[in-house]
Ligand binder design. Structure first.
Ligand code: SF4
Length: 438
């Protein structure tokens, strides 16, 4: 016998689809089948039943082998490591819920650490740009119902956010747009001829790293002024054609991804993309939204923002919150060997950081609080497996358009396994005892 859980939130990418149906075993312990999810989302749910899953904390030995330890021992090791460190780095947070992020920040404040999230290697430049010039934005629900011009710039939702186009941006029947794809014009800007670009009405295959130039050209064309024959590898006629479509729309949106945030000019690209959006509002309604990757990376910025005033790279080592990307960002700290311990929660810097940072991580005391074996757990002194958030533990998360969504637990975690919220809460309590403050 099985039972069906409906309206389940998918904790894979920032689209946070909330219409999944998950068939679970009658005892509520196993995911049997997943409906409505894309392949990557479904795989995350089905992975809960993986036979090779690590179910207890493991301490790495001198020879590289592992010794199983209890959660109590893991809590003691983590608390001692953080209490002894002069300046611990607490990195990750994008694959956990807002409640766990909040406890993590409390710990960082207590131990005088630096708390940074995965935006440091993805949409950090977007957050800097938003602080520079503001952001005219909207929700994905408004896009679904109103947007008749959709621009994807430096992102490939066909692969990275597989249901984005079918749920919100291109294919759904909108209240004001009507007939799905036919009611919308699609413009794609990317150096590659991606699967998303193949669907576009206008595809602009830009030369790598020249986004700032092309965005400047859009501003010129919007004002009706003369362009040179080619800009960033795009003939001027194509640019005028794209701008004409934008001006003729009733509601347009720019979705932008890491192709713009992590290429040359970084946050200046986003500054000017926002200015294009602002310019377009002289003619019609236009908005801009970042294509956030991990399911709750947006939430991490929100929680850090309301607790410390900054969305990532917050240094609490002087007893107050400081924020200076380029100085207080994880890779800069690791490269300068300025941190003497690292706690990774709900992310995998071992895969995403440059090798020089990963080598430094391997030298200092380290704890990885992640459900699976990954390159980060492999180089950490202690690996603490935890329940998979939004599947085996509930909690709040934020969609890429900053809409908060409550994710419910669907199945029980393996017997005796803690969630990262429970683990961090107990570490925080133990730190209070070690440091003589309640
Ligand atoms: S698009 Fe993203 S949130 Fe939706 S099912 Fe796929 S992975 Fe999950």
């Amino acid at each position: 016998m099985t039972k069906m859980v409906t309206d389940v939130v998918c904790p894979f990418c920032g689209v946070l689809c909330d219409d999944l149906e998950v068939e679970i075993s009658d005892d509520g312990k196993t995911v049997v089948e997943v409906y409505n999810a894309c392949a990557v989302g479904a795989a995350k749910f089905l992975h809960t039943a993986a036979k090779d899953r690590v179910k207890r904390p493991r301490m790495q030995q001198e020879d590289g082998s592992y010794r199983e330890v209890s959660y109590d021992d893991a809590i003691e090791y983590t608390a001692q490591m953080l209490a002894r460190a002069k300046k611990p780095l607490m990195y990750g947070w994008s694959n956990t819920n807002c409640e766990a992020q909040s406890v993590g920040h409390e710990i960082a404040e207590r131990v005088g650490g630096v708390v940074d999230n995965t935006a440091t290697v993805c949409h950090g430049p977007s957050l800097i740009a938003i602080q520079d010039v503001g952001i005219p934005s909207c929700t994905l629900g408004e896009i679904k119902n109103r947007a008749d011009v959709v621009i994807f710039w430096g992102c490939n939702p066909a692969h990275a956010h597989p249901r984005h186009m079918s749920r919100y941006s291109i294919f759904p029947r909108g209240f004001f747009t009507g007939k799905g794809h036919k009611g919308r014009k699609m413009i794609v800007v990317d150096p590659r001829n991606t699967d998303t670009m193949r669907l576009a009405d206008v595809g602009l295959q830009i030369e790598q790293g020249r986004d700032y130039e092309l965005l400047s050209a859009f501003r010129v064309a919007i004002r009706g002024e003369e362009l040179p024959n080619m800009v960033a590898g795009i003939p001027k006629e194509k640019i005028y054609e794209a701008v004409e479509i934008m001006k003729n729309g009733r509601f347009g949106v720019i979705f932008f991804g890491m192709g713009v945030t992590q290429s040359l000019s970084k946050h200046h690209n986003i500054d000017i993309a926002i200015m294009v959006t602002k310019d377009m509002n002289e003619y019609t309604k236009f908005a801009i939204i970042a294509m956030r990757g991990h399911y709750n990376v947006t939430g991490s910025g929100q929680v850090m923002g309301w607790q410390f005033g900054y969305p990532f790279a917050t240094d609490l080592s002087r007893g107050f919150a400081r924020y200076n990307p380029g100085e207080t960002t994880s890779n800069d700290l690791l490269r300068r060997r300025e941190v003497d311990a690292i706690l990774v929660v709900a992310s995998d810097p071992g895969s995403h950081f440059p090798i020089s940072s990963v080598k430094e991580m391997a030298k200092i005391p380290s704890v990885a609080v992640v459900p699976d074996i990954n390159p980060t757990s492999a180089i950490s002194k202690l690996h603490v497996p935890v329940a998979i958030n939004a599947i085996e533990a509930g909690g709040n998360c934020y969609r890429m358009d900053n809409v908060p969504i409550d994710a419910r637990k669907v199945v029980d975690p393996p017997e005796g396994m803690l969630s990262d919220y429970e683990f961090l809460t107990r570490v925080n309590k133990r730190l209070g005892e070690l440091m003589g403050v309640a």
